[in-house]
Design a protein around this ligand. Sequence first.
Ligand code: MIC
Ligand code: SF4
Length: 752
Amino acid sequence: LDKKVRQNNWEEGNFINYKKMSENLAIVRSRLNRPLTFAEKILYSHLDDPEGQEIERGVSYLRLRPDRVACQDATAQMAILQFMSAGMPSVANPSTVHCDHLIEAQVGGAKDLERAVNINKEVYDFLATACAKYNIGFWKPGSGIIHQILLENYAFPGGLLIGTDSHTPNAGGLGMCAIGVGGADAVDVMANLPWELKAPKVIGVKLTGQMSGWTAPKDIILKVAGILTVKGGTGAIVEYHGPGVQTLSATGQATICNMGAEIGATTSLFPFNEGQYSYLKATKRSEIGDFARSYAKELREDEGAEYDQLVEINLSELEPHINGPFTPDLATPISKFSEAVKANNWPAELKVGLIGSCTNSSYEDMSRGASIARDALNHGIKAKSLFTVTPGSEQVRATIARDGQLETFEEFGGMVLANACGPCIGQWDRKDVKKGEANSIISSYNRNFTGRNDGNPATHSFVTSPDLVVAMTIAGSLHFNPLTDKLKDKDGNEFLLAPPTGEALPERGYDPGQDTYQAPPADRNTVSVQVSPTSDRLQVLSPFNAWDGKDAKDLPILIKAQGKTTTDHISMAGPWLKYRGHLDNISNNMLIGAINSANGEANKIKNFTTGEFDAVPAVARDYKKKGIRWVVVGDWNYGEGSSREHAALEPRHLGGLAIITRSFARIHETNLKKQGMLPLTFSDPADYDKIQPDDKVDLLCTELEVGKPFTMVVHPKDSKAFEIKLSHTFNSAQIEWFKNGSALNTMAKAHK
Ligand code: MIC
Ligand code: SF4
């Protein structure tokens, strides 16, 4: 364990520290004296203070020392702007930035990339120079999607990674504990502060049997999402184990961990196994694989480890699934799907099939997909629906270009898009249907909230394996089940598609493609980072005001949001991605997708000072101008989805004080605290119904204390005031963030 093994092939001085990890673990073991889950082993071996740390799953806040930080371009801008205000010369821990979210899909890979490089020049220049200055590895546009690049280059078994994107758990496919966070959390680690996480519960998923035919790794997570629902993983790590693990490729495992974000899990992970070893070897990291073998006992759960909840899946019986529309947990097995389409009146014609994205663009996925397309071509037919392919990285693109899968997809009628997020995040200049027209699309992506892909709320978006996407595009219909339904070849003869086949890893090795990495230069002093004061895309941050020390009286409810309020509803992506570095401009999208319980409409709320209805950001700005602070009332799992901290920064910037909900998604709740907001929950969730949008509320902020509920006095318009109790999860350090106005203010204070 004393060997010096580098974390990756890019950075000279960063090593994997299994020795230190095992020492930490020995300390914690002697204290806890019980078998540990794999997730616990990784977390506890990264504790800042293994002797003194209080450890109770679901209760204590762990102070951790992650091995790495990663940011994508849409969240990195705000993270780096915050890091810059901390005034440090360079990042204290290994960090990378990845350009993937700002590339719009229009006509296909090369042209789209060129266009994006022009449109986003200012932002890319900012990120490139900031990375050079602060010693951060920079992956240029075209390199691929953050999670794919991390898997190919940086993930290692037993490591702890935080990333400013909710699908960071993708690296769990290589046995890494990889957790999605907001930018302010990333800044803590960049600045060498310990990173805090509420000690997660652990949900075990035991896999037995072996998949065959049309069933793919994606079906495991589609099924798990159906069982646990979008909030079932909240506060928990999902840990896969059991004999079925050995039957999966590392990239298949990554797919499963990736989409674990959709059930709100803190992360998902697989123990170190042969599939991972082979992948490390294929990506030129045999040394890491061998090193992991020598530490293998600690890279899995202990015998007898106990889970807070256990789910069992027999892979031999698992059917292919399709989830959606509008939510990723509505899981339907393929054998029941046609019926469901009829019963729910979902548009049966399939307009577009999309494969790839960070979730499903491995060599295996592409090979299996291509085998189905080839089968169709051999019968003289092609895709009936529009069909797009998004390679997850330049390496995957170059390899499938060399090995022929890409050509097959093109012959099949596919359009190959840039190695980037594209339609997954609304970066899609879709032309085939009009806004408002009901239609269906199906993808191998992970998330399918209303309007996410094309900005059209009437688009029914389904997620499934790449295999089913390809098969369904041949039929052009949601009624098609490739396992049982025949297609007609070019002469009208019926045939059944053969089940997909494909290699987990390229026989001839990966082709790295074009070089897309910028290492930090040796001399970083001379690099200067510019933000133009007149820019509409980047804005230097100014600190938020500290708390005034008083209770807040007579606050209006800006909006009482009803039903699903995801981060896409709070701070929409798509066209708004361009303002991710400019807080004031992006605040014009605040809550424009949330449904007002008063009228069932989005972006139409009453301004109580004028009695007029207006857009949410406009009313908030008016209150701010008049010096009136406000609150938002929300429903269950508020802030589900993305890690984007803009969803917390915007209400803070426009004068919000508290967000009061039935429950929160983890990352969003932390993001709110970091920015000096109060995320509060109804102690009795039924109290949500007692609040009317026209009520005023008093928040007794002076009562804020660890573990104590908080009083809210409600003043209904025409009846007597009443009190209700609100709960919160602030610990004492976090209360300081509120008092100082933000976590960043707290950090600045400590530096003085
Ligand atoms: C997403 O999939 O929603 C995103 C876009 O990758 C986000 C990050 C963002 O909003 O920038 C995420 O998942 O965290
Ligand atoms: Fe990009 Fe979509 Fe993956 Fe998010 S889920 S990182 S938007 S490809």
